[in-house]
Design a protein around this ligand. Structure first.
Ligand SMILES: Nc1ncnc2c1ncn2[C@@H]1O[C@H](COP(=O)(O)OP(=O)(O)OP(=O)(O)O)[C@@H](O)[C@H]1O
Ligand SMILES: [Mg+2]
Length: 592
């Protein structure tokens, strides 16, 4: 009931359209109910051998009634569809807006195809249930009430026989609704699963080809399609019993009316004659039709309710990273980020950070080092409030990060992600995301700063070249350089570089390093890097292990300390040394 009520509220947003549709449905049905009466009086007139003019009049009136009812019908279709599209847009818009609001953790737990199937298919189902539902519902109700009144006024005794099957129909309808929902919900889940596999196959098509996974994927697709088919059939089989069963019962009603009506005519034709019998049968069918439609309505509502629950599950999903009701003004100038006794764990995982303390000093560069999975990106995520801490706080210039609006916070942070994301579109469009009104000059400077200018120039349309979905037509290093250019253009007071140069060659890295050094001055910077040469100049280097800090200091201090960092450094230098030694010997060989 709750779901139906919530869905109905969407209709009430457009009272004009909604009540207009209802009024036209009522008008249309009212005119239709009038028709059997007219037929009866014509037939009676013919029997009484009255004037032929009366026949013409009668026929004319019937034609007018039909015309009027179909006019109302046409108008109703227009209003109904306008209303339908408006409600669809509202619902889709709302669910999409909510999806944009939902925190990262929501997506960690779900599959993209499954989510998209909720936005497209489920919203459609709900909307159909809603609109066809109200339409069929009102028409059926008006028909039922109107026809009942007319039937009882004509012959109360015979009218009771028309209603004989109704209680059984209602009971059957109740049980169908009660059990059907379960089946339709299963259908929706299976459809979401199939959709998610499809999206994954499209996104992973390169991997599928290189690993030759076509057979495996076909099998998985077939299996899910088969589940969907079976669940759909299970739901439909119930409909296949319910629908003909109820039809048969209503037909029995017609049979009983013919039987009893025939008996009445046989006994006393003056009181209940042949014309009345014809009108009666027409009216009886008019009542069975809406009852049949009520079952269709039942079916629609059952399927719609299952979908509605899935739509509302998204609309009601808790936003666990909440925007404060009264956000604090974001501080101007240099920023200091402070992690105070922070403990953090992803759902159903052991803690990544435990009682972690770290200050990212204003205007200084802090570098994070640690084995893969140590929690470096997690620290960056907490600084951007992609997640909230489990315990402890992150502060910005002394104030809890949760007191600022998320929008302000994200405005102040430039993030080069480990796994760069670019939108489908041109290079320029992707850069403009960082600064809407950037001039061509600014764009060029940003591209030069990230050593991207040269390769962008070589592309067919320069900055106006389309780079494909997720930037698929670029190399990893090119993508990374564009994301750096984006941050250069954004020019924020806080910068997070998560393995920003991991995918470029050492020469390009050195060039970018230069640009990054410019970027890093006068800002608070958090750099994450496996290649230690890139963080040598950092103001402080933090070595992470087991959810805490193992070592902390400048490059020189840590070398003196002779701990983990020194060890890592020597190892990386050794590799370079080996290489240089080799060069050296090669030179010597050449000398000889
Ligand atoms: N969304 C997530 N849900 C659950 N666990 C996660 C999630 N993201 C990361 N983890 C886990 O948290 C731990 C820390 O991950 P994190 O990404 O911070 O590591 P990292 O230090 O950045 O590693 P790398 O150097 O490989 O990038 C890992 O053990 C990882 O499995
Ligand atoms: Mg990482």
């Amino acid at each position: 009931m709750n779901v139906i009520w919530r869905v109905s509220k969407y209709l009430f947003r457009y009272p004009g359209l909604f009540f207009g549709t209802l009024a036209l449905a009522i008008a249309m049905t009212g005119l239709q109910i009038w028709i059997p009466n007219q037929i009866q009086s014509i037939l009676e007139g013919v029997q009484d051998s009255a004037a032929i003019s009366k026949l013409w009049m009668g026929i004319g009136t019937i034609a007018l009634l039909y015309f009027g009812s179909e006019m109302a019908n046409g108008l109703r279709v227009i209003l109904n569809n306008t209303l339908e599209q408006k409600v669809l847009m509202d619902m889709r818009g709302e669910i999409h807006a909510k999806l944009l609001q939902l925190p990262v953790s929501f997506y960690d737990q779900r599959k993209s195809g499954e989510i998209s199937s909720r936005v497209i298919e489920d919203v459609n189902n709900v909307e159909r249930a809603l609109l066809d539902g109200t339409e069929i519902g009102t028409r059926a109700l008006v028909m039922l009430i109107g026809v009942t009144i007319v039937l009882f006024s004509k012959n109360a005794f015979l009218a009771w026989f028309v209603f004989l099957p109704v209680p059984i129909l209602l009971v059957l309808g109740y049980f169908y609704a009660k059990h059907g929902r379960k089946y339709w919900k299963k259908v929706r889940v299976a459809s979401g699963d199939l959709n998610s596999l499809l999206v994954e196959d499209i996104q992973g098509n390169r991997l599928i080809q290189t690993f030759g996974l076509q057979k495996r994927e076909s099998a998985r697709f077939y299996q899910r399609a088969d589940t969907l088919r079976n669940r759909m059939l299970a739901a439909m089989y119930r409909w296949a019993v319910y629908n003909p069963g109820t039809n048969f019962l209503t037909n029995l009603g017609t049979v009983s009316v013919i039987g009893v009506g025939g008996y009445l005519i046989l006994n006393d034709a003056s009181d209940f004659g042949f014309p009345a019998m014809v009108a009666f049968l027409m009216l009886a069918n008019m009542i069975y039709m809406p009852i049949g439609q009520l079952h269709q309505l039942n079916h629609l509502i059952v399927a719609g309710k299952a979908s509605g629950e899935r739509v509302f599950e998204v609309l009601d999903a808790k936003i666990d990273v909440e925007d404060p009701a009264h956000p604090k003004a974001f501080p101007e100038g240099l920023l200091e980020f402070d992690f105070r006794n922070v403990t953090f764990q992803y759902p159903e995982r052991p803690p990544v950070l435990q009682d972690f303390n770290l200050t990212l000093a204003p205007g200084k560069v802090t570098a994070l080092v640690g084995h893969t999975g140590a929690g470096k990106s997690t620290i960056a995520n907490l600084a951007m409030r992609s997640y909230d801490t489990t315990k402890g706080v992150v502060t910005i210039n002394g104030a809890d990060i949760r007191e600022f609006s998320l929008h302000d916070l994200h405005q102040q942070i430039g993030h080069v992600a480990q796994d760069p994301f670019l939108f489908e579109g041109t290079v320029r469009e992707n850069l403009l995301l960082a600064k809407e009104d950037a001039t061509a000059d600014e764009i060029e400077r940003a591209l030069r700063g990230s050593s991207a200018w040269d390769f962008v120039q070589k592309m067919p349309d320069g900055v106006d070249t389309n780079i494909g979905e997720k930037g698929i037509r670029l190399s990893q290093g090119e993508k990374q350089r564009l994301t750096i250019a984006r941050v250069l253009l954004k020019n924020p007071p806080m910068v997070i570089l998560d393995e920003a140069t991991a995918s470029v060659d050492t020469i390009t890295e050195r060039q970018i390093q230069h640009a990054l050094e410019n970027l890093m001055s006068e800002r608070t910077v958090l750099v994450i890097a496996h290649r230690l040469s890139t963080i040598r100049k950092a103001d402080q280097i933090v070595v992470l292990e087991n959810g805490g800090i193992l070592e902390q200091g400048t490059h020189d201090e840590l070398l003196l300390n002779n701990g983990r960092y020194a060890n890592l450094w020597l190892h990386q230098v050794d590799v370079i040394q080996e290489y240089e030694d080799e060069e050296f010997t090669r030179e010597k060989v050449a000398d000889r």
